[in-house]
Design a binder for this molecule. Structure first.
Ligand code: DO4
Ligand code: MG
Length: 271
């Protein structure tokens, strides 16, 4: 089942039909019996498909894992070589402890269709299309969504200690379009597609699958919840496996489309 956040309240999609769901977003994400609540709502009257979606986040923190795909390790070793940061990425890719970093508070998260921000003091910015885990306050993965971990490669590459500035700023992340609510792990064949268009023409496209993800979602959640509590649950980006070539940077007006099997397409502009 897909759960959307709209200005008229939560809407569940089941078998191509849409139904209202009672309750506020944070309570729903932390409900003991979310699947039963959504199944009951899906037996109610159908409503129109939602047109304008809100970002599917309430009061949750947004965290991210990094260097979980070989492609990300490779790209980051290259961009930080001059600064001497290369071996950090190599080591964290191999290490038992993953890289986990704070990404955003809810107000910095852009809705489907909304505009991500190009940091004014960065000259090399790329989208990072990622599977995002939806985790309740009891550290249970209750679902999945698509996310864009917008990243300034020049700032991070200059010095790894600049990571928070490369990653966290107004309009630095997007989530959506909705949440795929399931207690089942996603199959390794789950595909992530990225397409970037400029003035209607494709300027970059790339793909990966969860087979390339070096860590399990459960192990990322286990590390994140060690010594940290999340009273309203949290969103956890799982890292990017798609990095455009080094001569590519986003430009104002570009359209970014991130599609994940079973979840749908998250489309945003940048400016
Ligand atoms: O080490 C920096 C961030 C890595 C990241 O965001 C990713 O691999 O997706
Ligand atoms: Mg990332």
């Amino acid at each position: 089942m897909l759960l959307y956040r709209t200005s008229a309240g939560p809407i569940v999609e089941e078998a191509g039909r849409y139904h209202r769901v009672d309750g506020d977003w944070d309570s729903l994400l932390n409900a003991d019996d979310l699947n039963a609540v959504l199944a009951a709502a899906a037996r109610g009257p159908a409503v129109e498909a939602p047109t304008a979606l809100l970002a599917p986040i309430g009061a949750q923190e947004v965290w991210a894992a990094g260097v979980t795909y070989w492609r990300s390790r490779d790209a980051r070793m290259g961009e930080s070589k001059a600064a001497g940061g290369g071996s950090f990425y190599d080591r964290v890719y191999e290490a038992e402890r993953p890289e986990l970093f704070f990404k955003a508070t809810p107000h910095r998260v852009v809705a489907p269709g909304g505009r991500l921000r190009l940091r004014r003091d960065a000259r090399w910015i790329v989208p990072e299309p990622e599977l995002v885990l939806v985790v309740n306050r009891r550290a249970q993965i209750i679902g999945y969504t698509a996310g864009d971990d917008l990243s300034c490669r020049d700032i991070e590459g200059e010095n790894p200690l600049y990571l928070p500035q490369a990653k966290t700023f107004d309009g630095c992340a997007a989530l959506g379009p909705g949440l795929l609510i399931t207690s089942q792990p996603l199959p390794p064949t789950t595909a992530i597609h990225l397409k970037i268009s400029r003035a209607g023409a494709e300027v970059f496209a790339g793909d990966t699958t969860l087979e390339q993800l070096r860590r399990t979602p459960a192990s990322l959640v286990e590390f994140l919840f060690r010594e940290a509590s999340f009273p309203q649950g949290c969103f956890l980006f799982t890292g990017t496996g798609i990095v455009p070539p080094d001569d590519f940077t986003l430009a104002a007006g570009d359209q970014i489309r991130i599609e994940i099997t079973g979840i749908g397409a998250l489309v945003n502009s940048v400016g």
